[in-house]
Ligand binder design. Structure first.
Ligand code: AMP
Length: 177
């Protein structure tokens, strides 16, 4: 598995001072440009959870869509988006969480999860874990059971893994920095 993923790692670009001074941004766009590399990444992400009896993949706007939707197809389960406030029609449930400065609101459609469904949550990068923890909280509100969080990149120093442990959400990352 390791050797298959080396081309993925090679295509992850680190951009200093984006979007603001002092942030090292992990840009996954170059991975998407190469179908073989992209496909290997998706197979690895999906493969990790093949015995977890996942019913549904939830992707977090917006880079979580790029990875979550193909992971769902690979696992032969449905895909559901978690979006920023005001983007989804129909009845929704929302959760608000704190960012370093200010706060953010995430929303899901109320009928998107059936009670008891086993959910895998996908995003590109785990930093503080706030976004993933809020996503698990909203899945919980809808009666779903979060079986895990799956990300391409985990930023160790920000201790998102510990935060998710407290929320009882197992985490898998393909790469740790
Ligand atoms: P957090 O809630 O702190 O775990 O932040 C995770 C969310 O912010 C994810 O949706 C990421 O796409 C994005 N993000 C946070 N930090 C970075 C980073 N250094 N590079 C790329 N994306 C990031």
């Amino acid at each position: 598995v390791k050797s298959t993923l080396e081309p993925v790692r090679a295509r992850i670009r680190q951009v200093p001072d984006f979007p603001t001074i002092g942030i090292l941004f992990y840009d996954v766009s170059p991975v998407l440009r190469d179908p073989e590399t992209f496909r290997d990444l998706i197979s690895s992400m999906a493969g990790v959870w093949c015995d977890a009896r996942v019913d549904l993949v939830v992707g977090i706007e917006s880079r979580g869509f790029v990875f979550g939707a193909p992971v769902a197809l690979e696992m032969n389960v449905g895909f559901v988006p978690i979006r920023k406030l005001g983007k989804l029609p129909g009845e929704t449930v929302s959760v608000s969480y704190d960012l370093e400065y200010g706060s953010n609101v995430l929303e899901m459609q109320r009928d998107s999860i059936q009670p008891g469904q086993r959910v895998l949550i996908v995003d590109d990068v785990l930093a503080t874990g706030g976004t993933m923890a809020a996503s698990a909280a909203i899945v919980d509100q809808l009666g779903g059971e979060t079986v895990g969080g799956s990300v391409v990149i985990e930023l160790d120093a920000l201790r998102g893994r510990q935060r998710l442990e407290q929320a009882n959400v197992p985490l898998h990352s393909l790469f740790r920095y």
